[in-house]
Ligand binder design. Structure first.
Ligand code: SPV
Ligand code: MG
Length: 433
C-alpha cells in the first residue's frame, strides 16, 4: 500500500478539496492521509479558524475518500516526512505563489531525499469556492467572532503582534501582509487604533480633541474591510460614567479591547513625557473607572487594559508597580506599561518585578522609543502583546510629502512614477464583492 498525503487548513470542505481527494484516489493501491493544520500554525500562514480544531478534524476525518486524518502541528511538513514518509504529496498548484511557495519549496526539498513525488492539481476556483471564501470572511468579521479572538490569540501566540491602522486601507495592510522569515510564514495578529494616528490623520493634535464619535467612525471603516481583532487606544477613557457607555458600544461593535491611560486633565501624547504639563490620575479614581467599565460589559470577551504612565511622568518604578497591582486587583484584564527611554531596561525591570507576583495578567508594551528591542526579548520578560503604534502613518507621510515636492519641482508627474504604485495596481487593489 502506498501513502498519499495532503494538508488541509480549511474550515469548510469545498470543491477544491474534493477535487484533490478525487485526484489522490486515482492512484492505485494507495491510502490517503490528510493533515489538519493546527490552530497555532494556521494563524501564522492563513486566516484565523472560524471553528475549533476538533471540529475541523472531525470534518476532515469524516470526508468521503479520507482514510486517515492526523494533526499537522507546523506549517512545514518536516514532521510528516519523518513519521509517515508519504510516497506522494498532493496539493493545489496555487501554492506556487509567494508566500506559500516557501512551504512548497520545503516539501520539494524533503520529498526528493527519499524518492517521494509531488503531484500538483490545478487550483479549483469556481462560484462555490468563492462563496465559501466570502462566507468564512464574513463570519470572521462578525462582532461576536472577532471580539473574543484577542483572548484566544493570547493563548495561542508567544506574543501577540499588533500594528496600527487608521483607515480602511491601512487596515487592509495589517490584514493581508504575510511574509516569509527564516523559512517560516508570519503576519500581524491584531490592529491598534491609535489616538495619535487617528488624530494625525485628521490633521488634529493628540489631545482627545477627536472625540469618541469620530474615533468610532474610524473603527467602523476598519471593521468594515478587515477581520483581525482591534485594540482601541481609549486615551484617558474620559469620565467614568462616559467610559462605561463607550465600553458597551465598543463591545457591541466587536472591538476586542480598549486601553485607557491613568491621566487626567488635558491629555498630551506620552512621547512628550515631562516636556509638557501632564497629570496622572489617583489610583483610587482610576480603579473606579476600570470597575465602571467592567460592570458595563455583557460578555467575557472584551478586555479593559490599564495603561500606566508613571515611567513616562518620571514617578518611579515603585509607583508604576503599585499602580499595576492595584489596577489588576480592580479587574483590569491587562496592564500596559509605557516608556520613552531609548533602552528597554526600565520596561524589563517593571515586567520582571510584576511577573514575580502576578503570573497571568497580560502585559502590553509599545516599543516606539526603545525600538531595537526584539520580540524574543519581550517574550523572555513575560510580555504578551507588542504594539507597533504609529509606523504605518509615519511611513506614509514622508512618502506623500516627497511626491508633492517632486511634482511641484518638475511641473509634471513623470519623475515620481518610479516611486509610486502603478496605476493598474491601485485600481485592482481593492477586492470587489
Ligand atoms: C498612541 O499611539 O496614540 C499612543 C501610544 O497612545 S504613544 O503615542 O506612544 O503614546
Ligand atoms: Mg494615544
Amino acid at each position: 500500500m502506498k501513502t498519499v498525503y495532503t494538508c488541509f487548513t480549511t474550515d469548510v470542505v469545498h470543491d477544491g478539496h474534493l477535487n484533490i481527494i478525487a485526484e489522490a484516489k486515482k492512484i492505485p493501491q494507495a491510502r490517503l492521509v490528510v493533515g489538519v493544520l493546527s490552530d497555532k500554525a494556521k494563524i501564522r500562514s492563513d486566516k484565523f479558524p472560524t471553528c475549533s480544531f476538533e471540529e475541523r478534524f472531525e470534518m476532515i476525518k469524516n470526508t468521503k475518500g479520507v482514510d486517515e486524518a492526523i494533526e499537522q502541528k507546523e506549517v512545514h511538513y518536516d514532521e510528516v516526512f519523518k513519521t509517515i514518509k508519504p510516497d506522494y504529496v498532493i496539493h493545489g498548484d496555487n501554492w506556487k505563489e509567494y508566500p506559500n511557495c516557501v512551504i512548497r519549496d520545503n516539501v520539494l526539498e524533503n520529498i526528493k531525499k527519499y524518492g517521494g513525488k509531488l503531484i500538483e492539481v490545478p487550483y479549483t476556483y469556481n462560484a462555490g469556492v468563492a462563496k465559501v471564501d466570502s462566507i468564512l470572511k464574513e463570519k470572521l468579521a462578525m462582532p461576536e467572532y472577532r471580539r473574543k479572538r484577542l483572548r484566544r490569540l493570547l493563548e495561542l501566540c508567544p506574543i501577540v503582534k499588533a500594528i496600527e491602522a487608521h483607515s480602511g486601507l491601512s487596515g487592509l495592510i495589517a490584514e493581508k501582509t504575510i511574509v516569509e522569515r527564516n523559512g517560516e510564514l508570519d503576519q500581524f495578529d491584531a490592529m491598534w487604533v491609535s489616538s495619535l494616528c487617528d488624530s494625525t490623520m485628521k490633521g488634529k493634535p493628540d489631545i482627545e480633541l477627536v472625540d469618541m464619535s469620530s474615533r468610532m467612525r474610524t473603527l467602523d471603516e476598519i471593521l468594515d474591510v478587515t477581520t483581525k481583532p482591534i485594540i482601541l487606544d481609549g486615551d484617558t477613557g474620559g469620565q467614568a460614567v462616559h467610559f462605561a457607555y463607550n465600553v458597551r458600544t465598543l463591545e457591541r461593535m466587536g472591538i476586542s479591547a480598549v486601553i485607557i491611560e491613568d491621566k487626567i486633565g488635558l491629555k498630551r501624547n506620552s512621547l512628550f513625557g515631562t516636556e509638557v504639563e501632564q497629570q496622572q490620575d489617583s489610583i483610587e479614581a482610576f480603579c473606579d473607572k476600570i470597575k465602571a467599565g467592567k460592570e458595563a460589559l455583557r460578555t467575557e470577551d472584551f478586555m479593559i487594559i490599564a495603561r500606566i504612565e508613571s515611567l513616562i511622568l518620571e514617578q518611579g518604578m515603585e509607583d508604576a508597580l503599585s499602580r499595576a497591582f492595584a489596577y489588576a486587583k480592580a479587574g483590569a484584564d491587562g496592564i500596559m506599561i509605557h516608556s520613552r527611554q531609548k533602552s528597554p531596561n526600565e520596561i524589563f525591570e517593571f515586567c520582571d518585578k510584576f511577573r514575580e507576583k502576578e503570573k497571568t495578567v497580560p502585559i502590553v508594551v509599545v516599543p516606539t522609543s526603545y525600538n531595537s528591542v526584539t520580540e524574543d526579548d519581550l517574550i523572555s520578560h513575560g510580555i504578551n502583546i507588542v504594539i507597533y503604534a504609529n509606523h504605518l502613518i509615519r511611513s506614509a507621510f514622508p512618502a506623500m510629502k516627497n511626491t508633492a515636492i517632486e511634482i511641484l519641482k518638475n511641473h509634471r508627474a513623470k519623475e515620481v512614477d518610479a516611486n509610486i504604485m502603478p496605476f493598474n495596481e491601485i485600481i485592482k487593489l481593492i477586492d470587489e464583492l
